[in-house]
Design a protein around this ligand. Sequence first.
Ligand code: BG6
Length: 485
Amino acid sequence: ALKDNTVIVVLGASGDLAKKKTYPALFGLYRMGFLPRDVHIVGYARTKMDDAEYHKRITSYIKIADNDAEGKEKLEEFKKFSFYISGGYEDGPSFENLNNFIVDNIESKYQSKERNRLFYLALPPSVFIPVAQHLKEQCYSKDGKNRIIVEKPFGKDLESCRQLLGSLKQHWTEDETFRIDHYLGKEMVKNILVLRFANVALSSGWDKNSISNVQITFKEPFGTEGRGGYFDEFGIIRDILQNHLLQVLSILTMERPVSFSAEDIRDEKVKVLRAIPPIERSDTLLGQYVAANGKPGYLDDDTVPHNSVCPTFAATTLWIHNPRWEGVPFILKAGKALNEAKVEVRIQFKDVTQGIFKDISRNELVIRIQPSEAVYLKLNTKTPGLNTRAIPTEMDLTYKRRFTEIKIPEAYEALILDALRGDHSNFVRDDELDVAWKIFTPILHWIDGKAGPAPKPVPYPYGSRGPKELDSFISKYGFKRTVAE
Ligand code: BG6
């Protein structure tokens, strides 16, 4: 682990990701006492600004209640060890300058020789490669550990991902590299492993014999406002399905790892992903939101081309060709500008044998990732009283009721701490990315219009449940709505 004598360098310190996620997470860790002793943070970006401006920016998303005197004090301490230095991303001398700053102002005061550096790249992909290279050439510590954190987009398809990873590998080893998929830092995503493998009651029915279909759903109640230009190049599949939802799928379906070690876990994830063939066009439903209820449509955004066919909603069905899962459809669906914020896994079990029961609901296990973390099982029970009819009910583990004293950490807090500790379990390995792109690249090329005319997404109103075609899409794969009481 990186303990004493550690400098955390945030590249892209003036940007959105840094302001909204990285710095609040660093502060959260500091407050909870999880940052290395005597840690220093150095922000780096092109924007010229003084310390006051920098401190204002990096703390703008940190919430501290008015009556929280301790929090305010901690924040003042946090600012004292957070510095800023500006420079370009493509020129050596700027990075030399960054290095000199670190040595002169921080490391020269260390008592011992050890010097560890953690580089966090909160940057647009266009500068990943030059920055990774300059960091290695000008800022690499020869007397300690170096680690680099990077985040998607890791290319746009299989080929561009391989190129990007290949270039990064020229400078940084797999061991030094931490690729973030922040869904792996979410409490309920981490919980899947324990739910599955620590409960015989669940693991015995975890296969094609008991399970009819699985849905992994991501819903956001806002559109791409302000990010349209970026989003249009990627689309919802690259933004959410190919990474966040596929990660959830792999943990949900992998075999039991030999141990909790990073390589054992990731070996199993890769193995199950390799059993998934590329997604078929016929297993795909694409949508794009249009203006409704006073909210703008996707195409109303000035930064989006007026004739864009970029999907803001997608449902795709994946199949796993192995003995455990053959024939079970896994429906991944995600959309922007929908009716609610929700991310959940819904596992629908098969019908009980008919005969004594008619019209009886199926069991469903729901893992709600956010908001309000929960696990609940829909099951049938006898209607209490003098009759034998079954009614559907729920066994409900809602975290905020069960674990009243616990604060669930932010995904980025959990992940930055893992990176400091050198634990790769919740980071994406190179071969995981490779298989993930293999599954999605053919439909992405089709959607990009590289394989004939691009498909036109179906419209859905801003704030709706999604395209009206969705219900029939899902029922095609055997999903049955719970019988209404
Ligand atoms: C990001 C996507 O990876 O995840 C965003 O680029 C999306 O479009 C975000 O809004 C969702 O993350 P969370 O943690 O809010 O569910």
